[in-house]
Design a protein around this ligand. Structure first.
Ligand code: AMP
Length: 125
């Protein structure tokens, strides 16, 4: 069965898309730790990042870097990276706009309009 992230890649379930290229995709986390919390994924479905081919790993990390630079420019705060991957068995990197009040397991509630606003700010077309 496809992972929830493969379903997003295939357009079977919606997301607040930030970026897409041939090998990677990025979208807002639905349960954000800070506003702008973004997930970057490889389109190929593997559980752990270190199971990716060198080519797919490089593509993933190039997108992580590109979006981190972009997020810092747009939001004015540095971007934290986090890899856990215990909930969704499809490799992904969390990008978190730095926020001094951030701590593990903190979550912020955003309305649909707030998700759309932050998507508009961060998306790269
Ligand atoms: P982890 O596997 O622990 O790195 O966490 C998986 C992350 O995926 C969590 O932060 C979830 O909020 C997020 N997530 C799960 N389903 C979706 C979805 N449909 N759209 C966006 N983010 C999701």
């Amino acid at each position: 069965m496809s992972s929830i992230f493969t379903k997003i890649v295939n357009g079977e379930i919606p997301c607040y898309k930030i970026y897409e290229d041939e090998k990677t995709m990025a979208f807002l986390d639905i349960n954000p730790e800070t506003p702008g919390h973004t997930l970057v994924i490889p389109k190929v479905e593997v559980d752990k990042i270190y199971e990716l081919s060198d080519e797919d790993y490089t593509a993933l990390m190039n997108t992580v870097k590109k979006l981190s630079v972009h997020m810092e420019k747009v939001l004015g705060t540095r971007t934290l990276w986090k890899v856990i991957g215990t909930d969704v068995p499809h490799a992904h990197v969390h990008l978190l706009p730095f926020d001094k009040t951030w701590h593990q397991d903190r979550h912020v509630e955003l309305t649909e309009d707030e998700f759309k606003d932050i998507q508009k700010k961060l998306e790269i077309k």
